[in-house]
Design a protein around this ligand. Structure first.
Ligand SMILES: Cc1cc2nc3c(=O)[nH]c(=O)nc-3n(C[C@H](O)[C@H](O)[C@H](O)COP(=O)(O)OP(=O)(O)OC[C@H]3O[C@@H](n4cnc5c(N)ncnc54)[C@H](O)[C@@H]3O)c2cc1C
Length: 412
């Protein structure tokens, strides 16, 4: 068993954990990020980098380099709901450097953050390190235990941050109280080929809902089903899934046969929940570990990153000075809880009428009032552009957290 002693130990190398690791290392804090996987090459992480996140990358001085990564841009969120087109959000009036969502595979974004973080000597990323337990002494969390291919390790730290996503092991071990969650749904995640002439809206809603993400030569499809209904759908046969996609997105009906069997389909569970208290002595949860987000609005990554920035702004100076208190952890939750509550309320409301309560698709598609309102009142789409693009209470990197003795990693 090897043991390390660090100032901060971050569990999970997703958007929240990687951004926090980077920002703390930039402040000269000895930080270790433990990530259970060997790489970021998983297909179901979400691909949206919002205007507010790009603004943060600009603050760090890396925006041009970020924009050189292969990506596509979306300056409006369009939808076909009940067979009728609607613009749900328009980012073009935002007063930011990047008034659009950049779509790039999340593994490219995370690799980008890692490449920047490793330029700081106090940063450490341990891959294939799965945290299995917390070290608790008295009432305080003092570190974590993890399994690696070379055997078990422990990392002791002044602060452990749970950024290990919606199935967080840290959350489970910490016994932090969880607020009642909204009824979950599941998502079926699969690819269909894409052609240049395709006209497919980002969001398709009717009886059920589907998102089509442009990934160049293929569409990444997310199709919603009621939680736990996958086995029932499988019994109906793959042809039934093909039929449903053809109804929601007729433009794709000529290639639904690419779904030859269920091996091409991944089932992902979705939930919206949150901890009522995000911290205890020596421990803080952020991102999905504190508040699991659904894919609605594609805002979970953005929110996770905003949590990381607030955490680095508030806790970084305390960690450097060795004066961290539980009251400081409370300040992080106080700062981030309102944005989280409002965003989760939005996620639940926007999907309420499209929420798949049963597998039945017999009723004709309809356009819920909330979508009709977007057509009737165009200014709503700019307001929604602000809400989705920047979020509530957007964070900015506190200039005071850039110590003069550390030179920022330069733009390549
Ligand atoms: C189907 C689906 C689609 C979505 N699409 C989008 C989208 O397009 N845009 C968007 O903004 N949001 C989307 N979301 C929400 C988004 O995925 C999350 O809100 C966001 O990923 C949260 O980031 P995070 O860093 O908190 O957690 P995660 O992204 O879940 O990262 C957690 C990390 O911790 C690691 N980990 C887990 N357990 C351990 C452990 N025990 N030890 C060590 N490491 C561990 C994981 O491997 C992972 O790398 C989607 C959600 C779902 C369910």
């Amino acid at each position: 068993m090897t043991e390390q002693v660090r100032t901060c130990c971050v569990v999970g190398g997703g958007p929240a954990g990687m951004m926090l690791g980077l920002l703390l290392a930039r402040q000269g804090i000895r930080v270790t990020v433990l990530e259970k996987h060997a790489d970021f090459l998983r297909d179901f992480r979400g691909d949206t980098i919002h205007p507010s996140t790009q603004e943060l990358i600009a603050e760090l001085g890396w925006l041009n380099e970020f924009h050189r990564l292969p990506h596509s841009r979306m300056d409006r969120v369009t939808a076909a709901v009940g067979g009728k087109p609607v613009v749900l959000a328009d980012f073009r009036r935002l007063k930011v450097r990047s008034p659009f969502i950049a779509f790039l595979p999340q593994w490219d974004f995370l690799d980008f953050l890692v490449s920047k973080a490793t330029a700081y000597p106090s940063f450490q990323l341990l891959r294939r390190a799965e945290v299995t337990d917390l070290i608790i002494e008295g009432t305080a969390v003092r570190g974590v235990r993890a399994q690696t291919p070379d055997g078990p390790i422990t990392v002791r730290a002044d602060l452990v941050v749970g950024a290990d996503g919606r199935h967080s092991a840290v959350r489970k071990r910490s016994a932090l109280p969880l607020a009642a969650s909204s009824p979950p749904m599941d998502v079926l995640w699969f690819r269909l080929s894409r052609r240049e002439a395709d006209r497919v809206e980002f969001f398709q809603g009717g009886k059920g809902a589907m998102v089509a993400i442009d990934r160049g030569d293929y569409w990444q499809i997310a199709y919603t089903i009621p939680a736990g209904a996958y086995a029932e759908l499988q019994e109906l046969g793959i042809a039934e899934l093909r039929r449903r996609i053809s109804v929601l997105a007729p433009a794709l009906s000529d290639r639904v046969d690419e779904l030859s069997d269920w091996t091409a389909v991944h089932e992902l569970s979705v939930r919206v929940d949150r901890l009522t208290t995000w911290y205890r002595e020596g421990l803080l949860c952020i991102g999905d570990a504190a508040h699991a987000m659904s894919p609605a609005g594609g805002v979970g990554i953005n929110l996770a990153i905003q949590d990381a920035v607030a955490t680095a702004n508030i806790l970084g100076p305390r960690l450097r000075a060795g004066t961290l208190t539980t009251g400081d952890l409370r300040r992080v939750q106080s700062r981030r809880e309102l944005p989280v509550r409002l965003t989760q309320a939005f996620q639940v409301a926007i999907l309420r009428d499209l929420y798949p309560k049963t597998l039945d698709t017999g009723t004709p598609p309809h356009q819920p009032w909330i979508f009709r309102a977007f057509n009737a009142l165009p200014p709503l789409r700019y307001a929604m552009g602000r809400f989705i693009g920047l979020g509530v209470r957007p964070e900015s990197i506190d200039p005071a957290t850039t110590p003069t003795e550390f030179t920022p990693a330069p733009e390549a």
